[in-house]
Design a protein around this ligand. Structure first.
Ligand code: FMN
Length: 328
C-alpha cells in the first residue's frame, strides 16, 4: 500500500485523523480487524458495540482493536426499537471505561446521553437521515454529524432524499463538521461530497466488501457481481424502512407487507439469527442482510487500508482533472 498525503478537513482536525474517510458501524461486521485496518491507514475505523454479546465482550473487543492500532478509532452504539432491548447503559459504561473518546450514535437521538458522554470526554458523531435531525443533534451538543442519504445500506429513514440534495442542504444548515454517507465507494464520491460541502465520507458497503471484513467470501463475491438494482426496501409500510440485498427472503417480506401483512407475519423471515447465517455460512438466501445501492460500482475486494488511501488519491486526481477542464 503506497502512502498518500493527508487530506485535512474540519472533520479530520476534530478527531485527529489523517483522512476524512470513516467506516460506519455495521452489525456483525464492525470488529477489531476491520476497524483497526481503517484507522491504521489514517481513516476512522468503528467497532460496532452490539455485535458483541455483552458489555464485557465489547471491552475485550476494544482492547483487541487497541492492540492492532494506536491510532484513533470509534465505537458505534445503535439504538433501535426492540422487544427486549440490550443493556444500553452498560454498553455505554464499557465504552467510556475502555477510554474510547469517539462514539458514533445512530437510530435515536443521542440527547439523553450527551451529559454522560461529555463528562467522559467523548466526542459524538451522530448518524441521521434528515437535516432536521442533524440540526437537533447539533443543538444537543454532538461534535459532528454523519448524514445518510436514501442510497444507504441499512436504515435510510422515510424522507427518501438522496445525497445529491441532502448533502448541500446539510451544508447550508449546520455549523459543526459533517460527513456524507450512503452511496460512497471511491474517489469520485469523496470528491463530490467535498464539493457539495461535506467534510468527508462515511462508507458501509465498501468496507463490507474488503479483505478484513469478517463475512463469508460468497457475500463479497455477490456484492462485486451485483448491480445498483439489486436491493430491496423492506418495512416501508411499517415506517421503519431498511435497504437490504435483493433475495428470495427480502422479496417475500416486501410481498407480505405490501399485501397488508403485519410485522408478526414476517418476524421469522427477518430474524437476526438468519441474517447472521448469511454472513457466517455464505448462504445468500438464508435471511436478510444490509447492502447499499453503491454495490453497483464496487468491483473488487481490497484490503480496507487500501480502500482508504485509494479513495483519497483518486479524489485528488478527479478534482485536479475537473479543475483543468474548467480552466482550459
Ligand atoms: C451489513 C451492514 C450492517 C450495518 N449495521 C449498522 C448498524 O448496526 N448501525 C448503524 O448505525 N449503521 C449500520 N449500517 C449502516 C452503515 O454504517 C452506513 O451508514 C451505510 O452503510 C452507508 O451507506 P453505504 O453502504 O452506501 O456506504 C450497516 C450497513 C451494512 C452494510
Amino acid at each position: 500500500m503506497t502512502a498518500v498525503s493527508e487530506l485535512r478537513t474540519p472533520f479530520t482536525e476534530l478527531l485527529g485523523i489523517e483522512h476524512p474517510v470513516v467506516q460506519g458501524g455495521m452489525m456483525w461486521v464492525g470488529r477489531a480487524e476491520l476497524a483497526a485496518a481503517v484507522s491504521e491507514a489514517g481513516g476512522l475505523g468503528i467497532v460496532t458495540a452490539l455485535t458483541q454479546p455483552t458489555p464485557a465482550d465489547l471491552a475485550a473487543e476494544i482492547a483487541r482493536t487497541r492492540k492492532l492500532t494506536d491510532k484513533p478509532f470509534g465505537v458505534n452504539l445503535t439504538i433501535l426499537p426492540s422487544i427486549s432491548p440490550p443493556p444500553y447503559d452498560e454498553y455505554r459504561r464499557a465504552i467510556v471505561d475502555s477510554g474510547v473518546t469517539i462514539v458514533e450514535t445512530a437510530g435515536a437521538s443521542p440527547e439523553p446521553y450527551m451529559d454522560f458522554f461529555h463528562e467522559h470526554g467523548v466526542r459524538v458523531i451522530h448518524k441521521c437521515t434528515s437535516v432536521r435531525h442533524a440540526r437537533k443533534a447539533e443543538r444537543v451538543g454532538v461534535a459532528a454529524v454523519s448524514i445518510d442519504g436514501f442510497e444507504c445500506a441499512g436504515h435510510p429513514g422515510e424522507d427518501d432524499i438522496p445525497g445529491l440534495v441532502l448533502v448541500p442542504a446539510a451544508a447550508d444548515a449546520l455549523s459543526i463538521p459533517f460527513i456524507a454517507s450512503g452511496g460512497f465507494a471511491d474517489g469520485r464520491g469523496l470528491a463530490a461530497a467535498l464539493v457539495l460541502g461535506a467534510d468527508g465520507v462515511n462508507m458501509g458497503t465498501r468496507f463490507l466488501c474488503s479483505e478484513e471484513s469478517p463475512v463469508a467470501e460468497e457475500v463479497k463475491r455477490r456484492i462485486v457481481a451485483a448491480t445498483e438494482l439489486d436491493t430491496n426496501l423492506i418495512f416501508r409500510p411499517l415506517r421503519n424502512t431498511a435497504r437490504v440485498a435483493k433475495n428470495s427472503v427480502s422479496d417475500e417480506v416486501v410481498r407480505i407487507l405490501d399485501g397488508g401483512g403485519t410485522f408478526a407475519d414476517v418476524q421469522g423471515l427477518v430474524a437476526g439469527s438468519r441474517g447472521r447465517r448469511v454472513f457466517e455460512d455464505g448462504d445468500l438466501e438464508a435471511g436478510i442482510w444490509g447492502v447499499g445501492l453503491v454495490q453497483g460500482i464496487i468491483r473488487d475486494v481490497p484490503p480496507a487500508g487500501e480502500i482508504v488511501t485509494r479513495v483519497v488519491r483518486e479524489a485528488r486526481v478527479v478534482l485536479d482533472a475537473a479543475l483543468r477542464r474548467f480552466s482550459a
